[in-house]
Write a protein that binds this ligand. Structure first.
Ligand code: SF4
Length: 313
């Protein structure tokens, strides 16, 4: 049985697989969790922290994305380390320095015990091509966003098993999608597990999920190419690059409006005014806290947003 490496945000999954281990994105269990965390700011980190400390997550070690992404994860990750878990801290360079990221990838490789199976690089790369094809399918109205999102969000860890994950990708149904407006979902992913279904129920077709697209967009076949690619991980770098990337995708995907999901106690919430200044689209900002079905107030706001876009010229 392969050792399981918990990851708190994007860490190149191809490298973890190539080192003979299986990644588990500890965030992916949070939306379905009913746990009430003891002390918390952001519910994402507080819930995975408590799940690990309570033995509710079966991992052998933890890689905390500590630099360039989330300081809540940095603190909650240290609480996990203090409990005795083998823990490594991975830093993205804010200035997108390729040499720095390469040195981080080398340290990570050493923590993971060294590269043992280089074939995993091309296998994961092929899966990402499939994911991009799936993403295009919903852009072309040939797949439901809720089905596509469920698949794409697992590209951070390939659901822990690339073979099983490939079957999951192959099983996403093709269908003609009917909708009233095309929307993009930017920001961290919603903590509400039924968010996409709820948006669909109001005629909103989500044709862009910002973070899962980062999982698909980045990759590589060795440490050099991984460093050149992952230095562009937009959530960890300057927001002006992220805004440019989002703008291109909004245009390419012919979006009518933007939903900016924010999470209670997350620093990314402060980015809302930057998006509002630089994205020339109707924007709805919503905020979640604990995982649960989409609350009534969110449904009312999505419905009003959908109606507003329907009457727009
Ligand atoms: S939502 Fe924000 S604070 Fe919470 S884990 Fe993600 S980046 Fe960190």
């Amino acid at each position: 049985m392969k050792e399981t490496v918990g990851i708190t945000a994007l860490v190149p999954p191809e490298l973890i697989y190539a080192c003979g281990k299986r990644p588990m994105d500890v965030n992916n269990v949070v939306p379905e969790s009913s746990l009430s965390p003891g002390s918390k700011l952001c519910a994402w980190t507080a819930i995975w922290r408590d799940m690990i400390l309570n033995g509710g997550l079966d991992i052998d070690s933890l890689v905390v994305v500590a630099g360039g992404d989330c300081h809540n994860a940095l603190v909650d990750g240290q609480k996990v380390e203090l409990s005795g878990m083998a823990t490594h801290y991975f830093f993205y360079p804010f200035d997108r320095d390729t040499d720095y990221l390469r040195s981080q990838l080398e340290k990570l490789t050493r923590f993971l015990g060294g590269i043992k199976d280089e074939r995993m690089f091309s296998l994961i790369s092929d899966l990402k091509l499939k994911g991009r094809a799936l993403d295009e399918l919903r852009v072309n109205d040939r797949a439901r966003a809720s089905d596509v999102f469920s698949a794409l969000i697992s590209f951070s860890d390939m659901a822990g098993d690339p073979d099983v994950f490939e079957k999951m990708l192959n099983s996403v149904p093709e269908t003609d999608v009917e909708y009233s407006s095309r929307v993009a979902l930017i920001g961290v992913p919603p903590i509400y597990p039924d968010f996409h279904e709820t948006a669909e129920s109001f005629g909103l077709h989500v044709v862009y999920d910002e973070l899962p697209y980062e999982f698909l967009r980045l990759g590589g076949s060795d440490l050099d190419s991984l460093a050149r690619s992952y230095r562009d991980y937009s959530f960890a770098g300057p927001i002006k690059n992220r805004v440019e990337l989002i703008k291109n995708e909004l245009q390419r995907r012919r979006v009518d409006g933007v939903i900016h999901y924010t999470q209670f106690a997350c620093h990314h919430t402060l980015e809302d005014e930057i998006f509002r200044e630089h994205l020339d689209y109707p924007i709805l900002t919503v905020q979640g806290d604990l995982p649960r079905p989409s609350p009534e107030q969110l449904k009312l706001r999505l419905e009003a947003f959908a109606e507003m876009m329907e009457v727009m010229p």
